[in-house]
Design a protein around this ligand. Sequence first.
Ligand code: NDP
Length: 248
Amino acid sequence: MTMLKGKTAVITGGSRGIGCAVALMMAENGADIAVIFSGSEAAANETVASADKFGVKARAYQCDVSDFAQSKIVCENIFKEFGKIDILVNNAGITKDGLMLAMSENDFDSVIDVNLKGAFNFARHLSRYIMKSPAGRIINISSVSGIAGNAGQANYSASKAGLIGLTKTIAKELASRNVTCNAIAPGFIETDMTATLPETVLEKVQTAIPLKRMGRTEEVAALALFLASDAASYITGEVIKVDGGMYA
Ligand code: NDP
């Protein structure tokens, strides 16, 4: 499988969950990968070790994506190591759920900082390299919560809706450089993030999903792979749901 042969991809939050699946599917398809993690060093090293088996170059970098200055240094180091960057997947994300009426300032700010500002930071610092690629790609992992809103997720939904605005703007600003920018909006996907949801909530959610099950990380990664590939060269500024029909 060589859809991304010769490309270099940076995946934030590539240590676990959806980001790990994206990193490994891209590596399996020939891309060299840089995996960004914040705390899970062992998991990031595991992603890198699994990618190594596909015969590509893989490295892990510790970085808090919400930190503008730290992100700049890490992006420069990635470029020094790989010599070029074609693909950025802004996937790092957190939740701090709670009803808006009781939400603390810190819980609002920290979710916006990681999910939205983190994506800006990496797009901002890597665009100068991605613009030199003949087919640059930026893929932002948003959420159906950013499209439809979700009670208990004022901070998260706002961050994911913000990502859609960021996506459409980057798509317009970088189109002349042949860089596309699209967003993926997953529904409920089986990862550590959703593992903490109470059983009752999960049951209710699955009933509401026409396909009657949660999604798998590979089902999101498959779309990221397609959007990163040459096959998606005329798609930009789009938001594509991977949600089992929940918000169709
Ligand atoms: P996980 O909690 O499984 O993984 C989150 C990843 O983000 C980890 O690799 C984590 O790294 C990284 N991360 C978190 N904070 C930071 C930070 N400050 N700096 C750098 N990396 C960070 O989440 P999922 O795989 O479920 O989610 C991935 C993305 O998909 C998120 O943006 C999420 O909002 C989105 N999404 C998920 C859905 C789902 O149902 N799971 C649905 C819709 C969207 P580390 O472990 O090192 O901290």
